[in-house]
Design a protein around this ligand. Structure first.
Ligand SMILES: [Zn+2]
Length: 245
């Protein structure tokens, strides 16, 4: 069963690669069918088996020999690994299914933000739809979710206003995450996005990948904090509460 979940995650990961390249370009994610970005040769199902094809063809197009980015297999494996983790933590449940979709959304948003410095509205709408479906499924926490969205909006609007480091995409992403996780989740994600951001940025600068003047997108840090909340948010909050009392 877990192997099936992992393979399913790889296949969806392969679709995420298509989304990451096409959504910012405004190209439909279903049509035209996948083709090699170098020679334009149509890729058939047998050419698109996740990871396996990449390794078998040594990361090259089998028609024109152009090399493919290592991003493809990495995204596939990452998505497969996250699906496995969601299955282990949430099992065969409503939240298991919803969090798989959310994890894929967070991966896609992170990669698009890193490459293009934007978070497309269409993806944040998917996030809001996930939030609304959780509210409909578990209608005991309606106010918590709406206040969560409002808190996400307020905190990040103010940060955007005073620092200029965040854009509209980050604000909308935080609103969607507020709908999904409620007030506690939004506060957790805010704090951890800054901790992770500080850690990653100082690492990138220390290793000279980036300088102080470079613009580094903030969306991926929000997404990483949201992933952390999915997998160990409550555990970390409990440790923190024990520590301050
Ligand atoms: Zn090719």
């Amino acid at each position: 069963m877990l192997a099936m979940v992992f393979i399913y995650g790889l296949v969806i990961g392969s679709f995420l690669n298509v989304c990451i390249f096409r959504i910012p370009e405004g190209v439909s994610i279903i049509n035209p069918p996948s083709s090699c970005s170098s020679c334009g040769h149509r890729l058939y199902f047998k050419d698109m088996i996740p990871v396996v094809n990449y390794i078998a063809n040594k990361g090259r197009c089998k028609y024109c020999n152009a090399s493919y980015s290592v991003q493809y297999p990495i995204i596939e494996i990452l998505n497969g690994a996250f699906y496995l983790m969601v299955a282990l933590k949430y099992g065969w449940s409503f939240y298991g299914a919803v969090y798989c979709i959310l994890v894929s959304l967070l991966i896609t948003e992170s990669l698009i933000d890193i490459k293009y410095m934007i978070i497309p509205d269409s993806l944040n709408i998917v996030g809001a739809v996930i939030g609304v479906s959780i509210i409909i499924y578990d209608n005991s926490l309606i106010w918590d979710k709406f206040i969560g969205a409002a808190v996400g909006f307020l905190i990040f609007s103010m940060l955007s206003f005073f620092t200029g480091a965040m854009g509209g995409g980050d604000i909308k992403l935080m609103m969607a995450l507020g709908l999904i996780f409620g007030v506690k989740g939004v506060l957790f994600i805010t704090v951890f996005s800054f901790l992770i951001g500080a850690l990653v940025c100082s690492g990138l600068i220390a290793l000279k990948f980036k300088s102080m003047k470079d613009k580094i997108p903030f969306g991926p840090f929000i997404c990483m904090a949201a992933l952390l909340y999915i997998f160990c948010g409550n555990e970390l909050i409990n440790v923190y509460l024990k520590w301050i009392w």
